[in-house]
Design a protein around this ligand. Structure first.
Ligand SMILES: *Cc1c(COP(=O)(O)O)cnc(C)c1O
Length: 404
């Protein structure tokens, strides 16, 4: 079991006051807070080994390069990738998806199809729309039901030999639905399609095994797993990464440059043009170490209790409706109160120190599906407590009284 007081003391921001009230941070779906070890690792890098990587023979450059590659190895182990060169550092999920979508421009032809799901974040919709515009391919959407679950029989029907790539999130940021990705990966492969998994909301809660999943691409952001912003990982199967053209040209990604012709570097450098976020990449490894020390079994246990307790307590509020009632879901509760705009409640409870997300959560098609402008979203992390949920529920009741 988690020693919750010990865990909370690892995160200095959690003992702050906001608007004169103790902070209740329930916006973990947008970004996680950072433990002291992560904060310290950032200054340690700049104090002790700052240098550019993969370039110099001098000692600091080698120390920085080693630390960067050790971190890549940690991430490789964490997701169980077969090779370290299948693990690319990116600036985040959005970057990873754009890199893959851009690469598919050299593969798709008019008439080919790209399947996205109705549950996607905008960053897993827009790059594919841009790809389809560029290539003449068609974007098709896997629909969902009223509980916010993707309809697998519809998915089966949409798949055909025209399908070239399927792209779906592991867990929905707006509703918390856990998608049956193993089934979806196997089905995509049956028709010869590639599949990308947007793991941005999954990695804070679980440890994906990319070999067992057998996905072609798996992307996530560092800032949602206690790491720094501007960091992320794109896992790609070696064969796919060799097949896709580079995303950006520049230093670091080349083997040889002349004005007649440039040859590209081997993986992973082919996709890592320019000076990367060196400190961020190194510290992402620190963040993953921290998460593993807390332990994903413990994380899941704590979050499951928070989800159950939070759901029960919120449903005590009159006129409150939860959106996203999938059988398999993580610690995200999206809700509205009849007759009150989510923004108004969000504004009032912020004054009481409570941070939740209000709006469409970068997933407007989901809001359109439910015919609502947006929701309030409380997303819990392992460092949250039931007492904080009580504080939120009381604050919402107070806001409701003021607004009705
Ligand atoms: C946060 C999120 C993204 C975008 O991540 P960035 O860090 O903003 O690039 C994409 N998909 C899902 C499901 C997310 O939750």
């Amino acid at each position: 079991m988690l020693d919750i007081n010990k865990i909370r003391s690892d995160f200095p921001i959690l003992s702050q006051k906001v608007n004169g009230k103790p902070l209740v941070y329930f916006d973990n779906g947008a970004t996680s807070q950072k433990p002291q070890v992560v904060i310290d690792a950032i200054s340690k890098y700049y104090q002790e080994i700052n240098a550019n990587i993969h370039r110099g023979v001098h000692t600091l450059s080698q120390l920085a390069t080693d630390a960067y590659e050790i971190s890549r190895g940690k991430l490789q182990n964490h997701i169980n990738a077969k090779f370290a060169h299948e693990v690319l550092f990116t600036s985040g999920t959005t970057h990873g998806i754009n890199l893959v979508a851009n690469g598919f421009a050299s593969i798709l032809k008019p008439g080919d199809e790209v399947l996205v799901s109705a549950l996607e974040h905008h960053s897993n919709i827009v790059p594919w729309q841009m790809l389809c515009e560029k290539t003449g391919a068609t974007l098709r959407v896997i629909p969902m039901n009223e509980n916010g679950e993707l309809i697998m029989s519809e998915y089966d029907t949409l798949l055909s030999d025209k399908t070239k790539i399927v792209t779906v999130n592991h867990i929905s940021n707006a509703l918390g639905t856990v998608n049956p990705i193993k089934y979806m990966i196997d089905k995509a492969h049956e028709v010869g399609a590639a599949i990308l998994i947007d793991g941005a909301q999954a990695v804070p809660h679980l440890k994906p095994d990319v070999q067992e999943l057998d996905c072609d691409f798996y992307v996530f952001s560092g800032h949602k797993i206690c790491g720094p912003t501007g960091t992320g990982i794109l896992y790609g199967k070696e064969a796919w990464l060799n097949k896709l053209p580079p995303y950006q040209g520049g230093g670091e990604m080349i083997k040889e440059v002349t004005f007649e012709k440039t040859t590209y570097a081997e993986l992973p450098h082919k996709f890592e043009a320019g000076t990367p976020n060196i400190a961020g990449g190194i510290v992402l490894g620190t963040a993953v170490d921290y998460m593993n020390e807390v332990g994903f079994d413990n994380i899941q246990q704590q979050e499951k209790e928070l989800l159950e307790y939070g759901t029960k307590r919120l449903l005590e509020i009159e006129g409150l409706k939860i959106f996203g009632t999938a059988k398999e879901k993580t610690s995200v509760i999206s809700f509205n109160i009849e007759g009150i705009h989510p923004y108004d409640i969000g504004t009032i409870i912020d004054k009481l120190g409570i941070a939740v997300r209000t709006g469409h959560h970068c997933a407007q098609p989901i809001m359109d599906f439910f015919k609502i402008p947006g929701t309030l979203r409380a997303s819990f992390a392992f460092y949250n407590t039931k007492e904080e949920i009580d504080v939120m529920v009381e604050a919402i009741k107070k806001a409701q009284l003021m607004l009705s």
